[in-house]
Design a binder for this molecule. Sequence first.
Ligand code: ADP
Length: 473
Amino acid sequence: MSSRFVSIKAKFLLTYISLIAVVIVILNTYPVIISRDLVFISKENTIGSQTVQISTSLEALDRISPDTVSRVMNMLEISGLSSVVILNSDLDELYRVGRNAEGYEENIASELLDLAMRGRNEFRASFSDGAFKSYAIAPIMSNGMLNGYVCVYEYDEVQGGIIIGLQRDLIQISCGISILAVILSFIYSGTFTRRITNILDAIESVREGEYSYRIDVRGHDELAKLSAEFNSLTDRLQSTEEIRRRFVADASHELKTPLAAIRLLSDSILESDNIDIETVKDFVSDIRDETERLGRTTAQLLDLTKLDNNIVTVRSSVDCSKVAERVVRALKPIADEKNVDIVCKLKEDCCILATEDELYQIIFNLAENAIKYNVEGGEVTVEVAKDNDHVMIAVSDTGVGIPAQDLPYIFDRFYRVDKSRDREGGGSGLGLSIVKSTAEKHGGEVEAVRLDSGGMCFKVTFPILLFTNQVIK
Ligand code: ADP
């Protein structure tokens, strides 16, 4: 993994440094080229026009000779040129001022002379060794005849020096900028890769099961956002993992208790030599109760697992009143056995989108609890009502009720208000959590309300279904 970081860092640096290199090359060449070209243009203007001025003045002469030429040249105010040479048409030198100083290139001069022989004014300039070298040539024409040539040469170190100075300054500035940029890019890429490494380390730790690992979020950029998102994801993972662990521990405890009881009861039968048949029957009946409890708990655990896995069910219109009626019919014998009166208040057309089996289970669990936790001669009311948007199913009782401090937890898995009493009564503490998960699966909400009379009222509210032929997965 670390090699991947290196390569990201290397790529990052390479890109950054290549960019800097390109910027430096442009910075060092472009301004120099532009300034040099500007000097060439200005030289062509000044030297070219001086050359033409000399040739025009000499064109006025009847005869071109060293004397006449020097007279004219003395009258002209020519300055700043390294050398001025006047040749006659046979290329004999008639006049010379200055010398063909440093950097003079014969080949350029003779090339220009060739062009001038065709009657053209010519100019050439070059920049080398820190100096501008300018050559200009102009033919001297009189009455349409080629009488001679004016050859001018200028060697300019001053402007050359300015260009060299500019180049040197630019190199110094760009070196400074590039050193700074390289240092900054090293710092930035180091920080960047370190932050990425932190995130990857965190992912690795969480993958290994260290769910409490959190990234230290700094700054307000995308990486900080990524770290914050990672932390909130890990928060959820941690709480899910805690719930899972607790569930597994509770579930195994719940299964262990009846199994231990079965083991104890069967050992008692096997190890007692003179056991009478009535005691054996009692023990076997206890074993049957425990296996029933085991069966109920495992069935409920399976239901919860299905709900947790969001197994898709085909939903259709379900009439809550009809389902409530079925539940009451099924529970009537148990209610009678406990001497609890069970009554219905059912409205028509209270349809919701769900599955009949799941709605049955919700109402059954609530009504069964209402009977189970009721008192001798008590009453259970199963009510189905509706308003414009909702169908409400309420199961109320006149039973023992639930203490206010237990109310926030009663929908938690395996939560029992009175642990010993409920276990004896066969309760697993899973019924209400199944009610809640099933109701939520179909867009419903569950609420537990303590009644002033001392009993409980459980209300489940679902969105009403107005068009009853709907079938949805
Ligand atoms: P159980 O299988 O133990 O009944 P539930 O999840 O259905 O599990 O209920 C959780 C706990 O809430 C029960 O153990 C019981 O103490 C309490 N409880 C549920 N319904 C009622 C009720 N109608 N009246 C009083 N207590 C209730």
